[in-house]
Design a protein around this ligand. Structure first.
Ligand SMILES: [Zn+2]
Length: 184
């Protein structure tokens, strides 16, 4: 979805801008409504998943996708906020890469079973591009686990951090842009 910004000068002499952008532009949160029409929106989810301790897992050794076995090795505990650092962070974001590293369906199901609080992923989507199997989204969002997409973890090492990522309070929507910060 194309981003357009039109500057406007008001009759009062102030400057404002008209923005045209998708709800999943740049760093953003997927809410359950992304895949379930009657699912929760940003307001329904509340702020708890978006503020608190998190763990960044270094999975940059994985080439094509993140598998269940990759995650099992990291001993994830229920209730954790989990941010996955993959090769995507290394490859960079200068141009869109079609075959980005994605979250395998079985890996998403595993995270949903574990009842993590939030999943962060370092590309604009967790699912494999062009694949009709949307399990990577549905497994998590059906359990009301929000997904933070489009984070850049290039300069972040594996470890524990304090996460603050606040989605814009856009009601009854499938997602919302957010600004994500990790504190040490
Ligand atoms: Zn999204």
């Amino acid at each position: 979805m194309k981003v357009e910004i039109d500057p406007i000068q008001t009759s009062g002499g102030s400057y404002i801008s008209k923005l045209s952008l998708g709800s999943h532009t740049g760093t953003h949160i997927d809410t359950p409504r992304h895949v379930f029409l009657a699912g929760k929106d940003v307001d329904d989810i509340g702020l708890s998943p978006f503020i608190g301790l998190c763990r960044v897992l270094d999975l940059t050794a994985a080439n094509e996708s993140i598998s269940r076995a990759d995650l099992e090795a990291k001993k994830i505990k229920p209730g954790e906020r989990i941010l996955l650092k993959t090769k995507n962070s290394i490859n960079g974001y200068e141009q869109f890469i079609d075959n980005y590293v994605y979250l395998a369906p079985a890996a998403a199901k595993y995270l949903a079973e574990l009842e993590i609080m939030l999943l962060g992923f370092d590309y604009l989507s967790v699912k494999q591009r062009g694949n009709p199997d949307n399990t990577a989204h549905t497994a998590l969002l059906s359990q009301n686990i929000p997904i933070l997409e489009g984070i850049n973890l290039a300069y972040v090492n594996e470890g524990e951090y304090f996460l603050v990522v606040l989605p814009l309070k856009l009601m009854e929507l499938d997602g919302a842009p957010a600004r994500a910060v990790l504190l040490q």
